[in-house]
Design a binder for this molecule. Sequence first.
Ligand SMILES: Nc1nc2c(ncn2[C@@H]2O[C@H](COP(=O)(O)OP(=O)(O)OP(=O)(O)O)[C@@H](O)[C@H]2O)c(=O)[nH]1
Ligand SMILES: [Mg+2]
Ligand SMILES: [Zn+2]
Length: 341
Amino acid sequence: MSVPDLPTLGWDEGWDDAFAPYRADGLTPARVAVPHRGAYDVLADDGEIRAQVAPRLRREASAAELPVVGDWVALAADVIEAVLPRRTAFVRRAAADPGTGAAREQVVAANVDVVFVTAALGQDLDRLVLERYVTLALQSGAQPVLLLTKADLEEDPAAVAADIEGIGDAIPVHFVSARAGVGLEHVRALVPPGVTGALLGPSGVGKSTLVNALVGDEELLETGGLAADGAGRHTTTRRQLVPIPGGGLLIDNPGMREVHLWLADEGLEAAFADVAELAAYCRFADCRHEAEPGCAIQAALEDGTLARDRWERYRALERELAELAERLEKRDRARGRRPRP
Ligand SMILES: Nc1nc2c(ncn2[C@@H]2O[C@H](COP(=O)(O)OP(=O)(O)OP(=O)(O)O)[C@@H](O)[C@H]2O)c(=O)[nH]1
Ligand SMILES: [Mg+2]
Ligand SMILES: [Zn+2]
């Protein structure tokens, strides 16, 4: 793989400013492309390097501060001495620390500009799941785009488009087929040189196949078929940043099953900004939006300002988040009681 120059990798004046102190120390910038166990493939001005984290950084950094795919790092030869502050980050909620009980966060990808929320056509789309992914994308700070794959399997794209209208407050929607070579230009246009995109979505929707099509190498990333029962299996097992010839970068992710684990309240509010705004007008600050007098949500449902199915989806997500929080809390309590080694 030929390594693009730093600007194509996303380096700009802002990064340059952030890097000034490291440059003064004689360090050079590089971008993390593939995290391995105990090592990282990083892309630098002079090519791809297998780098290690400096023992001092490993000692002093919290888990969330260690390099992840997409991070800009400061290198001394093949040693990562520092991670530049992230512009955007996908944060995954992990189980709380059994010792302190503090909530732990795991950053899985950094400095992503555009998140392609992917779903496959030719089967029913699950609005709720798509909304979850969009919520997650918003939460990371990246711009979400809905990417409907396997367009060659869909007879009525217009009906599908109508079906998913309004998800996440009107984010862009594109249809692609890696197999038929359709719609690839939309992805290319959204990921020009210097821009980083990430593909997010369930297993088997064709994320890796799409990256291969954009790179023009069918064998670059491993792709797989769905199991006969349609359950899908994970073909991709690690995150990886791939330069697109003539364009920017795409991060291929393993398909995610437990999307809900990634959700946080702020993401929910961002995806349902209209609901949050309405709720601010309820007479009681702790309004449950059921039968309270002066409930702005109920009023909006009655006069049609708020669609009932949108409200129901919001409620379902909210319930799910509450259940998740409860489950995590229970698990953490159970772990907290276990004697520590
Ligand atoms: N009909 C059709 N099939 C496709 C298309 N793109 C991918 N596929 C097929 O879908 C299956 C899954 O593709 P992958 O690219 O491995 O899917 P993935 O999203 O990367 O899956 P994970 O790595 O498990 O998350 C493969 O059998 C592909 O050949 C397409 O545009 N049309
Ligand atoms: Mg894959
Ligand atoms: Zn209310």
